[in-house]
Design a protein around this ligand. Structure first.
Ligand code: AMP
Ligand code: MG
Length: 420
């Protein structure tokens, strides 16, 4: 029998057959959550013109020689004004936050340091400046945040709200992003009934499709749960036949990949060149993958095991990296815990299977996430679906350990943070 594959070796096999999807151009407001497909440099400087940081009076600093001091008010500029007024010697121009600094002026005196009231008031003829300010005070210089051509956002990063606001500010209304994979989910098993249905003898509710749909939808993916397949090979084969034609980029099946007599996924797809492996992990040992060919595209199929916690662990270990790779996230970021990696201890010791990397659903016990507790005393049991809502992280116990000692640090994947 072949030795089980290490988790990272199986993941590299998967990544080696994962295509990067084409890019597309989207209106900026629709690009939230997408992976940026090119490096963006500023088209506009930020700020785009030199302007006032305060409501007050634009002045020439050289005029501010003694206090109190009276200046003649030569006009005013509000936000959105063209700014072609000029501030001559001995003059002040009333100015609002964000308004362009008039020619000649180099400093803004806040209204609070003058004899004028804050808020709506008629334009005075004179203003008394009561206190000194520093040269250039309250002036935001053109380009002091970023100059034209300066770097703003790189390819391979997810476009967050802050990224979109930065890119809008430097002149972009549309963005080039990677297409987001469309995902099909297929549960298999003669024992499955839909959520809410009564259970006959030997039946269980199909929770895997609910889990996968939810994980994907919450992250903004388009996902379709296809009809549940029975354990009859013809039925499963029929269901698969149309998946690639239907425009899915990824198909995820659950169940039917272990050593049972009716393991339908393995039975059907092994004849189509799929690879099946035992991966040295617990839960999630039996795994398979392959390509479904459609009329105009291929669809990468991941055959996950059937047990719900195995599905959850496999999703975070294999499906998430695949989705990232398809969208142009650099592979190094998909094969390490990166920013989602923490280090934490358990308050109690427990056994761990030798030779398999154990993934234990945990919740964080303290504010700095340095102590974790198993979500159930049965730990990483693959059937413990009812405790999954408590899982905030997956503790990752090294293959060699037979026992996790209380107080000894282990790596933890923080599931509360975004995937990439
Ligand atoms: P299998 O690999 O098909 O033998 O499934 C392994 C275990 O997972 C069995 O106990 C199944 O009943 C259970 N299982 C399979 N599919 C699902 C599903 N969609 N929802 C919940 N449990 C499942
Ligand atoms: Mg089954």
């Amino acid at each position: 029998m072949m030795a089980p594959l290490k988790v990272e070796d199986y993941l590299s096999e998967l990544l080696s057959v994962t295509p990067v999807l084409p890019t597309q151009v989207l209106p900026l407001a629709e690009a939230l959550g997408r992976v940026c497909a090119r490096d963006y440099q500023a088209r506009f400087p930020v700020p785009p013109f030199t302007n006032s940081a305060m409501d007050g009076f634009a002045v020439r600093f050289e005029d501010l020689t003694s206090f109190p001091l009276t200046l003649q008010v030569a006009g005013e500029v509000a936000a959105g004004a063209s700014g072609d007024l000029e501030c001559g010697p001995g003059q002040a121009i009333r100015i609002m936050t964000g308004a362009p600094l008039p020619k000649g002026a180099d400093t803004v005196v806040p209204v609070e340091l003058t004899d004028q009231p804050a808020g709506a008031a008629p334009l005075p003829q004179q203003v008394v400046i009561n206190e000194p300010v520093k040269p250039q005070a309250n002036v935001r210089r053109q380009g002091e945040n970023v100059q034209v051509g300066g770097p703003v956002f790189p390819a391979g990063q997810v476009l967050s709200a802050t990224a979109l606001s930065a890119l809008a500010s430097v002149g972009f209304g549309e963005l080039e992003v990677f297409a987001r994979p469309r995902v099909a989910v297929i549960s298999t098993g003669d024992e499955l009934v839909a959520a809410g249905e009564p259970l006959g003898p030997g039946q269980i509710p199909d929770s895997n499709s609910v889990l996968l749909r939810g994980l994907l939808q919450a992250a903004g993916y388009e996902v379709e749960v296809l009809r549940t397949s029975s354990d009859t090979p013809d039925d499963f084969a029929q269901l698969l036949a149309s998946v690639a034609d239907d425009g899915f980029d990824v198909a995820i099946t659950t169940g039917g990949v272990s050593a049972g007599a009716y393991d339908v996924v393995k039975a059907v797809t092994a004849q189509q060149g799929f690879s099946f492996h035992k991966v040295a992990m617990q839960p999630g040992k039996p795994q398979g993958f392959g390509q479904l060919s459609g009329r105009d595209r291929k669809c990468l199929m991941l055959a996950l095991p059937g047990n719900p916690v195995s599905v959850f662990v496999s999703f975070h270990t294999f499906v998430v990296p695949i989705l990232g790779a398809m969208q142009g996230i650099p592979v190094e970021r998909l094969t390490s815990l990166g920013a989602r990696g923490r280090s934490a201890t358990f308050p109690e010791s427990f056994k761990s299977p030798a030779g398999r990397r154990q993934f234990v659903p945990v919740r964080f016990d303290n504010a700095d996430a340095s102590v974790v507790e198993r979500t159930h005393t049965l730990g990483s049991g693959s059937h413990l679906v009812a405790s999954l809502p408590l899982a905030e992280g997956l503790a990752i116990i090294p293959e060699e350990w037979k026992q996790v000692e209380a107080g000894v640090s282990v790596p933890v994947l923080d599931l509360r943070l975004p995937w990439f």
